[in-house]
Structure formats: C-alpha cells, structure tokens
Write a protein that binds this ligand. Structure first.
Ligand code: ADP
Length: 451
C-alpha cells in the first residue's frame, strides 16, 4: 500500500479522496493555488503545497509544479480526482517515469478512450454496440453529406477530443450540415487543439445510462450497475440516480455483463465509466471516462462499495476487495449537483458563504468542501457540493430528497437548490419519465411562463 498520496485536485473531490486515504491509513498531501489557501482540503490534509496562482493552467494543470510537490513531500502516488489532469495520458506517463504511481488506468488506456473515434472502434471490437455513424474522422463535406444520407438526419457532429459537452453540433438537413462541419472543426481546434470531428446519428429521445466498472489491471473486471444521468443542461449532468427508472433487470444484467467483459478484455485497471444512450430498448456507446466521476456516490450508496478505496488499492497492486457475485444493489439513490449559480439564469455566483447548514439524517450524504466564512473563488467550476440521498425505494428516496433540500441552507451566494426543489415536485420526475432533453424543455417552459 502507498505511504503518502498527493491529491492533485481541489473542492469536494479533493476531500472525498482525502477521506478514503485517511481510512486506509495513508498520509495525504493537498496542493492548492493561491486562491485556495484557506480551502477545506488544505486544512484537513497532513501536508500542503502551494502550486501556483489562481488560474488553473498555472496551478492545478501545472505538471512541473505538481511534480515538484511530489518530490518535496515524498509522495509515492497521485490521485487526480476528476477534471483537471485526470484524463491526461502525458501526466500519467510523466509520473510513471518518475517512479510515482498514478491512481488511475494506464496511459495507453487513457489515450485510447480520450480519442472518441478510437474509443468507439475499440469497444465496438469488444462487442459493445455504438451509435451508428462515421467509422472514423470526417474531413470533407462530400463525405459528411454521403454519410448523413446513409444514417439519416438529424446527425450530430462531435469532436474526437471533446469533453464536458462541448464541441457538439446538430444538423437537421444538408444545408445545416454544410455550415456545421467547418464550424465544428474550427471550434474543436480552438477548444481542444485538435480539429478531428466525427458524425453520429442524433438520437431523438434517449436516456443517458452509464455503467460503473472496476478493473484489476490483470484481466479481472466487475460492474457495479448503472446510473441514469439523463437530466442535463447543456449536455452537463445536473441530477443523477441509480438504478435507472428506465431499465428492467434483464437489460441491466445484459449491459453490465457485456461492459465487464469488454473491460476485462482491455486489461483495464481502476475505476471507469462506460456511457451509453438508451433508446427503444437499445444501448449505444458514446464514450468511456477513465476516471472517478462526479456522480460516483449514487453507486456507492446502493452497493456499499467505496470506489475511491478500490481505486487506491488496485493502483498499489492489491486485488479488488469484491467479486462480481458479491455486488448487490440495494434501494435507490439520487444525487443533486449544487452549484453556486443563480437557479434561473445559471450565472455563477461566487462569494463569501455567510452561513451554512447541511442536511443530515438517515440516508443523507453531503459531499462538499464549503464552510461558513469560506469564499467561493470565481476561477473554477461552480460546483459547491453534492447532496446524495438514498432510500429503500425510489419513492422513499424522493421524499427524503425533498425533506433534505428543505433543510439545506447556504447563505451569501446563490445556489441551484431552488431548482431541485421544483424538480422533486414534477410529475414526470416523480414517475421517472424523462429523457436527455427533458430538463432543457422544462427550463424553457419556466422562462416562457415568466415572460
Ligand atoms: P462529452 O464527452 O462532451 O460529455 P458525450 O459524448 O459524453 O460528450 O455526450 C454528452 C451528452 O450529449 C450525452 O449525455 C447526450 O445528452 C448528448 N449526446 C451525445 N451523443 C449524442 C447522440 N448521438 N444523440 C443525441 N444526443 C447525444
């Protein structure tokens, strides 16, 4: 097992990793920008190192600074959390070259899955169904028009290097496709430094369903069921739950087994998520995330498995603590992403937390790094906490969520708590009847009602 882990992240996820390390008896090193000197992850870590000025490019993404921090503190492993350098194959490689373990998969696996064209090809070979579309990248307009005619409109142009819901363009006919292709390439180049794009059938009413997996790096792999992350705004997840209200037991078992088989075929190591769109009883792979995800707690709540603990164990060469037959799914869990934003305009609302009261009680978990007097800096994403609630049934879970949201008080900054208070009262949400467009349509209706 590792002696000392450096956590190359901030906010709630840095705290989440720190907690897992402490429970394993591992010493922790926090890193922080000058803007985060008073952050909770810095206060709770055994040691901390300032790695640069506020801008993420100069701090949390600054590889030389992070390496120095490892050298100074003698850390023998790095946990990247999510975002920042978590899917940066180069970072994993550099750590390896310095004899420091990266708590995540191999650089090769990160690289394959980081190129969405390559990822689709790879999983398709391993028996996973993919969204119909181009076989590889698309460069010319004639090629794009020919393909779109074959798969049928509407189509979606996506960036091979895309992420965070950026760099996607829908084209409903030939005219739109002509304009969209060059625009998408330009945007992909600007955002990701790579102008490779590909074309996919645009699915009209799918759910977003993703399967959590753990691989031991030696060909062993298990799945921990699915999460439904269909409630999205601008392709960003807002509410996640497990199990999915839209899947039956047979479909669940089938996709789980197929994904675990593919991951085992890859010899994948650590935690990963295989994402699908699910429509009319069919699964279509969209991408694999080679890291811990924001929404991992809902899986932990229904399986009782500590995903970060397993990640750390596997990275240190230890076996997984559980076999597939030991994985049982009990009850239901929902996560709400609480952002420091105006709940109607979604404008970021950084600033000082004047007062704070987090809900509690049976089945309620709050993953957050804020505290009264803490100032939410304007430099990073606006997630300030996650409210995760579990119950024996989906209905109990919803009632508990409503209760917990009513107790949650954050003063000084605006938050998205009121949005969730509206959502839990919606018939479609209560019935579990929603697809990836539901939330955008709901928000559009709200805006229309007000004007
Ligand atoms: P990113 O890596 O940017 O998050 P994904 O490929 O994971 O991109 O897609 C993000 C979201 O975009 C999906 O959850 C879904 O809502 C939407 N999306 C992606 N591909 C399609 C598609 N072929 N048809 C319809 N919606 C899609």
């Amino acid at each position: 097992m590792f002696d000392k882990v450096l956590i190359a992240n901030r906010g709630e996820i840095a705290l989440r990793v720190l907690r897992a390390c402490k429970e394993l008896g591992i010493a922790t090193v926090a890193v922080h920008s000058t803007a985060d000197a008073n952050a909770m992850h810095v206060r709770l870590a055994d040691e901390s190192v300032c790695i640069g000025p506020p801008s993420a490019a100069q701090s949390y993404l600054n590889i030389p600074s992070l390496l120095s921090a490892c050298e100074i503190t003698g850390a023998d492993a790095v946990h990247p959390g999510y975002g920042f350098l978590s899917e940066n194959a180069r970072f994993a490689e550099i750590l390896r070259a310095h004899g420091i373990s990266f708590i995540g998969p191999s650089p090769e696996h990160i690289r394959i899955m980081g190129d969405k064209i390559e990822a689709k090809r790879t999983v398709s070979r391993l028996g996973i169904p993919v969204v119909p579309g181009s076989d590889g990248g698309v460069t010319s307009e004639e090629e794009a028009l020919g393909l779109a005619a074959e798969i049928g409109y509407p189509v979606l142009i996506k960036a091979a290097a895309g992420g965070g819901g950026r760099g996607m363009k829908v084209a409903r006919d030939q005219g739109e496709l002509r304009g969209a292709l060059s625009a998408a390439r330009g945007e992909a180049k600007a955002a990701f430094g790579d102008d490779a794009v590909y074309i996919e059938k645009y699915l009209a009413t799918p759910r977003h369903i993703e399967v959590q997996i753990l691989g031991d790096g030696k060909g062993g792999a298990i799945h921990l069921g699915e999460r439904d992350c269909s409630l999205q705004r601008r392709h960003q997840k807002v509410w996640e739950e497990a199990p999915s209200p839209g899947l039956n037991a047979a479909a669940r078992a089938d996709i789980g087994a197929r994904v675990a088989g593919a991951v085992s075929g890859l010899g994948y190591s650590g935690a990963g998520t295989v994402e699908f769109l699910y429509e009319d009883g069919n699964f279509y792979f969209i991408e694999m995330n080679t890291r811990l995800q924001v929404e991992h707690p809902v899986t932990e709540m229904i399986t009782g498995i500590d995903l970060v603990n397993e990640q750390i164990r596997v990275a240190s060469g230890a076996p997984l603590t559980i076999a597939q037959e030991d994985v049982t799914i009990t009850g239901h869990a929902i996560e709400c992403r609480i952002n420091a934003e105006n709940p109607e305009t979604f404008r970021p609302s950084p600033g000082r937390i004047e007062y704070y009261y987090a809900p509690g009680g049976l089945g309620v978990r709050v993953d957050s790094a804020i505290y009264p007097g803490y100032t939410v800096p304007p430099y990073y994403d606006s997630l300030i906490g996650k409210l995760i609630v579990a119950g024996k049934t989906r209905n109990e879970c919803l009632m508990r969520l409503k209760r917990a949201l009513g107790e949650f008080v954050v003063g000084g900054v605006e938050t998205t708590i009121p949005l969730f208070q509206r959502l839990v009262q919606e018939r479609d949400i209560m019935d579990g009847r929603y697809d990836i467009h539901w939330l955008e349509e709901f928000l559009a209706r709200q805006t229309a009602d007000q004007s």
